[in-house]
Design a binder for this molecule. Structure first.
Ligand SMILES: [Zn+2]
Length: 45
């Protein structure tokens, strides 16, 4: 089950993510558009 909801500040994509994917997204950027993101773009489910 996903723990967080990610909302991209650039492309607006919303993705349900778990902790490993959250960490990867923080490191590598939005999986859709590659925009750099920070913790504020994740909300707890
Ligand atoms: Zn994006």
């Amino acid at each position: 089950m996903s723990e967080y909801e990610f909302t991209c500040p650039d492309c607006g994509q919303q993705i349900d993510v778990n902790t490993p994917v959250r960490e990867a997204t923080l490191s590598h950027g939005c999986p859709v558009c590659g925009a750099s993101v920070s913790q504020e773009h994740f909300s707890r489910q």
